[in-house]
Ligand binder design. Structure first.
Ligand SMILES: Nc1nc2c(ncn2[C@@H]2O[C@H](COP(=O)(O)OP(=O)(O)OP(=O)(O)O)[C@@H](O)[C@H]2O)c(=O)[nH]1
Ligand SMILES: [Mg+2]
Length: 440
C-alpha cells in the first residue's frame, strides 16, 4: 500500500534523519521535497499547502530536547500532521438503538459498493449482529446475482425483488427486517455518476424515505484526485457520514486517502484491501500515517523522549514544591505553559495534583492575563523573593502592569497561600485536604 509514496517521503527526509545540526535552509529544502512528493501522489494542492505550512510553523516553535536531533522532531511533526489530516481518531459507524439500523451505500460504478456491502455484513455478523443485505441495484440483473452469491458465501440473507423500483425495495426491506428480526439493513445501490440527475434524485429519494442512520460513500482509492472530486459532489447531494476507500491493495498513490477528509470534512471509516470477503479494515489514521511515512522507529523514539522530557520538567517542579522553593517565577513559567497548550484546563492539569482540584472551568482567563502582566512588571529579584515587595514596589508594579494595587495585593496574597499549601504538601501534611481546596 502506498509503496511509492513511502519510498519518496523517506528519500525526501533522509538528510533530516542524520545526526548533527540542521539549518533552517535544510528544513526548507526537505519540506519543498515533501511538497513535491505529496503533489506527485495526487494529494489536493490546497491540502498540500496547508500541510507544509503547518509543519513549517510547528518546526519553528519546537522545543529543543537534547536527546533528539531537530530532524527527528520534524519527522514526528510530519507524522502527527499526517494523522491530523486523516482525522486523528478512528470513526465508527452509527448504529441505532432501536433496530433496524439502516446503512445506505452509494458511489460511482465499479467503486466496490457491492463487495463492501457484503464485507460489512460479514464484519457485523461476526460482532453478533444480524444483518440483512438489500439488492437495490435494479438496473443490472447481474448485480442482484452478485449480491446473492456473496450473501450465500457469508451466510447473510439478501432481500431481493426483481420487479420493484430501488425506492420500493429499500422501503420494503426495512419492513422485512423488522418482521424477521434483522437488526442491521445494508442497502447496496447501483453505481451512478454525480452528473446523472435522475440517478442522483433516485438515491436522494431513498435517503429521504428510509432515513438511514449511516450513509457511506464508497470510492476507489486508485482514482486519486477524481475520487476527491466525486466525493465532494456526492457529499453536496447526500451529506454522507463517512467514506470507504477501496482497492488500497493496488498501487494507489495515496492522494485520495490524504485529501478526502479535509475536502469533505467526513472521516474515512473503512478501507478495502482485496477482493475477498475478509479484506476489510477499520480505518485508523495513526496506523495509516505510520504506513505512509514509514520511519515508525523515529516516531516512537521521539514520543518516548518527549515523554521523558515532560516528566523531567514535572519532576523538577515537584522537587521545588517539596523544598518549598516555588517562586513567582515558577508560577509565571507555569502560566507560559498554559499559553503554549492553548487551554487553561489543560495547563492546570499539568500542575502535580491539580487534576483533583475539581471543576476548573470557571477559572477566569482574563484574570490570568492580569496575573501575567503583574509578574512581568516585577524584577527578577521580586519574583524570586516576593516577600520584599513592599508598598512602594506594589504601586510601581501596579502602574507598570496597568492594574491596581489591590490586584497586586490579591495576587501576592494568593501566591503566599499557595506557597504555604505547597509547603504542607511537601511535608505530606493534609495532602488530600490541600488538593481539594481551590486556588481562589
Ligand atoms: N483489489 C481489490 N478489488 C476490489 C476491492 N473492492 C472491490 N474490488 C473489485 O472491484 C470490482 C468492482 O466491485 P463491485 O463491488 O462490484 O463494485 P460496485 O461498486 O458494486 O460496482 P457497480 O455495482 O457496477 O457500480 C470487483 O471485481 C471487485 O472484486 C478491493 O478492496 N480490492
Ligand atoms: Mg454493485
Amino acid at each position: 500500500m502506498f509503496e511509492t509514496l513511502t519510498q519518496k517521503l523517506e528519500a525526501a527526509l533522509k538528510r533530516l534523519r542524520g545526526e548533527g545540526r540542521i539549518s533552517e535552509a535544510n528544513i526548507a529544502e526537505s519540506l519543498r521535497e515533501v511538497r513535491r512528493v505529496l503533489l506527485d501522489a495526487d494529494v489536493n494542492y490546497k491540502v498540500v499547502k496547508d500541510f507544509i505550512d503547518t509543519v513549517q510553523q510547528k518546526s519553528l516553535g519546537q522545543e529543543v530536547i537534547s536527546s533528539l536531533s531537530p530532524g527527528q522532531l520534524i519527522i514526528k511533526i510530519i507524522h502527527d500532521e499526517l494523522v491530523a489530516l486523516m482525522g486523528s481518531e478512528k470513526s465508527d459507524i452509527a448504529l441505532s438503538s432501536s433496530p433496524p439500523s439502516v446503512i445506505l451505500i452509494a458511489g460511482l460504478q465499479g467503486s466496490g459498493k457491492t463487495t463492501f456491502s457484503a464485507k460489512l455484513a460479514r464484519l457485523l455478523k461476526a460482532k453478533g449482529r444480524s444483518p440483512l443485505l438489500v439488492a437495490a441495484d435494479v438496473y443490472r440483473p447481474a448485480a442482484i446475482d452478485q449480491l446473492e452469491v456473496l450473501g450465500k458465501q457469508i451466510e447473510v440473507p439478501v432481500f431481493v425483488n426483481r420487479k420493484d423500483s430501488a425506492l420500493t425495495i429499500a422501503e420494503n426491506s426495512i419492513v422485512h427486517a423488522r418482521l424477521n428480526a434483522r437488526d442491521t439493513v445494508i442497502i447496496d445501490t447501483a453505481g451512478r455518476l454525480h452528473v446523472d440527475e435522475e440517478m442522483m434524485q433516485e438515491i436522494e429519494k431513498v435517503k429521504k424515505s428510509v432515513q438511514p442512520h449511516e450513509i457511506l460513500f464508497v470510492v476507489d482509492a486508485m482514482t486519486g484526485q477524481d475520487a476527491v472530486n466525486t466525493a465532494k459532489a456526492f457529499h453536496d447531494r447526500l451529506n454522507f457520514d463517512g467514506v470507504v476507500l477501496t482497492k488500497l491493495d493496488g498501487d494507489a498513490r495515496g492522494g485520495a486517502a490524504l485529501s478526502i477528509r479535509s475536502v469533505v470534512q467526513k472521516p474515512i471509516k473503512f478501507i478495502g484491501t482485496g477482493e475477498k470477503m475478509d479484506a476489510l479494515e477499520p480505518f485508523y489514521p495513526d496506523r495509516m500515517a505510520s504506513r505512509i511515512l514509514g520511519m515508525g522507529d523515529i516516531v516512537t523514539l521521539v514520543e518516548k523522549a518527549q515523554e521523558t522530557f515532560d516528566k523531567e520538567k514535572a519532576q523538577k517542579l515537584e522537587q521545588k514544591i517539596r523544598k518549598a522553593q516555588f517562586t513567582l517565577e515558577d508560577f509565571y513559567d507555569q502560566l507560559q505553559e498554559i499559553k503554549k497548550m492553548g487551554s487553561l484546563s489543560q495547563m492546570i492539569s499539568m500542575i502535580p495534583g491539580a487534576s483533583r482540584l475539581g471543576n476548573l472551568n470557571d477559572v477566569d482567563e482574563k484574570e490570568l492575563k492580569y496575573v501575567e502582566a503583574i509578574i512581568q512588571s516585577m524584577t527578577i529579584e521580586e519574583r524570586q523573593h516576593p516577600a520584599i515587595v513592599n508598598g512602594s514596589r506594589r504601586k510601581r508594579i501596579a502602574t507598570g502592569s496597568g492594574t491596581s494595587v489591590q490586584e497586586v495585593n490579591k495576587l501576592l496574597k494568593q501566591f503566599f497561600e499557595m506557597q504555604k499549601m505547597m509547603k504542607n504538601i511537601g511535608k505530606g501534611k493534609n495532602f488530600n485536604r490541600m488538593l481539594t481546596q481551590r486556588f481562589h
